[in-house]
Structures are given as C-alpha cells and as structure tokens.
Write a protein that binds this ligand. Structure first.
Ligand code: BGC
Length: 350
C-alpha cells in the first residue's frame, strides 16, 4: 500500500519536474545538444562591427544592451569575433590580452543578463581568400579561445566558422572543421559546438557537410537571406548594389518558397539527427519596413515550426533591429520577430 502511494507520489513529482535540464547528467550527449538548442531559443547577432574591439572608449554597444535584449524576450547573443582583424596577433599568432578583456566583458555581461552566448568565429572572408595560409591562424585562435573559455558553463557555445566560402570549398571545410574541432575538444570535451555547411552556410550545401558521427555535441547551422534580391537590394558588397524598390508581399508562393527551403534543411537535420540553428537571417534597410517585417515574421515562424533556434542578423549597424542613434528598437521588426524564448535559468548553476 505504502509502496503504491510512493509510486503515485513519484509519478506526480515526475509530472511536475522541470524538463531535462542541460546539467541533467542522465541526458546523452545528443539529447544534451538538442536541449541546448531549445534553450538557445531566439537570439540576435552582436558586436561584429563595433569599434569596441579597437578601443573600448569608442564602443557603440553598451553594457545595458544585454539586459535590453534579454528583456525583449531573446535567449542568446551570437557574438561575431574577428581575432585576426582585432587580436593584434604576435608572430606566433598569440592573441593580445586586451582582446580577451573585451571578450570577457561581453561574455560576463551577456551571461549576467541571463543570455546564452555563442562565440562565432567570423573571419570568413580571410579564410575564403586563402584557407591554406590561414589554417594555422584559425587553429591557433581556437586553441587560445577554447582554453581561455574552458571553465565557463554550458551556456557558452562555440561556432567554428561563419559562412565558409570561396577557396574554402565544402570539401576543404569538412577536413578543416574536423581539425578545428579536435583542437577545441582537447580543452572542451563537453562544450556544445555549432558547425555549418560551406557555400556561405547555405541550405544547398548541407548535403556536402560531413560532421564527425562520433561527436554528438554538435548543432548544425544554416543562414537564410532568400530572396537575395529582396534582402540584399542595394548592398554595396554584392551584385545587388544597384538595385532598389524590391518588396516582399508575403504571397502564398513566397511563403511556400521559404517553407520548401526549410523543409529541405530539416530533412537533412532529421536524417543526421542534428539540432538545427538558423544563425543569421535579415533584410537590409534599403527594403521598405513593412516588407522587411513581413519577411522576418515568416522566416522566424517557419524556423520555429520546425523546432529550430534562430538569431536575427543583426542587433545594430545595418540590418538593424535596434536603432542606437534613436536608442530604440525598430518596433515593427521586433514585433514581427516576437522573440518569445522558452524560459531559461538566468544564471545556470554548475
Ligand atoms: C556578414 C555581414 C553581412 C551579412 C549579410 C554576415 O555574415 O558578416 O557583413 O552584412 O552576413 O550579408
């Protein structure tokens, strides 16, 4: 009788117990990667093009923005890192201590605000130009960043490289990402690591991405800027530089195009049993705001429907979700994204 009651009581407790948490030791590494992706929820890209990396006094990004981002409902920030550009590398590729000071400031303020953190190595242009010459720098950067961060809890994730492209072909990237992962794993065996396909993290290149099967603590990532003629109209660095006036009306056909693309990516994710992170999507200011808001809502919703996490490109600068000059959110975009993130503990215990 007593044991019956006990069993019932245990059942009730189990019913109300929180879902398997990241620190749940019984979760397999693969379950942990899925749980980490769920906890990431919805985020925003930050700090990639901020003068803060050259001079802290010239920072556009302010400490209080981390809380602002959290209070708007986001769960994480993807910090775009340029250690080659900003790290004042020594001849041995040692990154300057001042760069790590800025990194530590960003990580501790983000975590202090209750945000998870993705450290995204964003040296994709340099790597695309000459992957062979820059291989040593990439490995050296990751060796140092990984060692520097090895004691941080699991609310900090690493992303090996943003948008491999150009001479860094999907085939070369398969080899280099494995090599980079080995370096990271030497100091961070239990870190959740994000890896995306070649050709600018495009969905089309997923079929060529070959992740090490034995590493279960991985999240796959893709970026989405389609239709490119809409998201990149007038973008000086692209073939769209002389275009303007392209709208996105959200017709059934336009929505179906997004769904078809995402379903293709999701089929890959299911086949390979990997969680999926949409690490960048955004539309440049040259497009009209109502179109951009419609597109943002459609893309975010379709990612959410498939259980993906996502991060908007980007917080401020161009493609901006926050207008730092007016000190205000670009309200129609924020409303469109409605970043209702699943509740995560403000400061995970460890
Ligand atoms: C790049 C940005 C670019 C954006 C959209 C990002 O990965 O870092 O420079 O504006 O993609 O093209």
């Amino acid at each position: 009788m007593l044991s019956n009651r006990l069993t019932m009581l245990m059942g009730v407790i189990a019913l109300f117990a929180p879902a398997a948490h990241a620190s749940d030791k019984s979760a397999t590494p693969r379950q942990h990667a899925f749980e980490q992706n769920r906890r990431l929820g919805h985020g925003v890209n930050v700090l990639g093009y901020d003068p803060i990396w050259q001079n802290r006094d010239q920072a556009r990004f302010q400490d209080r923005y981390f809380r602002l981002i959290k209070n708007a409902g986001f769960g994480h920030v993807r910090i775009n890192l340029y250690p080659f550009r900003d790290g004042r590398l020594s001849p041995n590729n040692d990154i300057a201590a001042t760069w790590f000071d800025t990194l530590d400031w960003a990580i501790s303020n983000a975590r202090g605000a209750g945000l998870m953190v993705i450290l995204d190595l964003h040296e994709y242009e340099t790597m695309a130009e000459d992957p062979t010459a820059n291989r040593v720098r990439l490995l050296a950067a990751w060796r140092q960043i990984a060692q520097h961060c090895q004691k941080l809890p699991d609310d900090v994730l690493f992303e090996l490289l943003n948008e491999p492209n150009g001479k860094l072909t999907p085939e070369l990237w398969n080899a280099l990402s494995r090599e980079t992962l080995r370096i990271v794993r030497a100091s961070n065996p239990r870190r959740t690591v994000i890896v995306g396909p070649g050709s600018w993290n495009s969905i089309d290149a997923l079929s060529k991405l070959d992740l090490p099967e034995e590493d279960e603590l991985l999240i796959a990532t893709v970026h989405y800027y389609n239709p490119f003629a809409f998201t990149h109209q007038g973008a000086a660095w692209t073939i769209m530089k002389n275009t303007s006036g392209v709208t996105w009306e959200g017709t059934a056909e336009q929505r179906r195009a997004v769904r078809t693309d995402f379903e293709r990516a999701d089929a890959w994710a299911k086949q390979h049993r990997r969680p999926m992170f949409l690490g960048e999507f955004g539309a440049l200011e040259n497009g009209d705001l109502p179109s951009r808001a419609r597109w943002a809502a459609c893309v975010a919703k379709q990612a959410e429907d498939l259980g993906w996490s996502w991060a908007w490109w980007q917080f401020e600068g161009n493609f901006a979700l926050y207008d730092s000059k007016r000190d205000a959110w670009v309200a129609p975009l924020l409303r469109a994204l409605a970043p209702k993130t699943p509740t995560v503990p403000a400061m995970p215990h460890r």
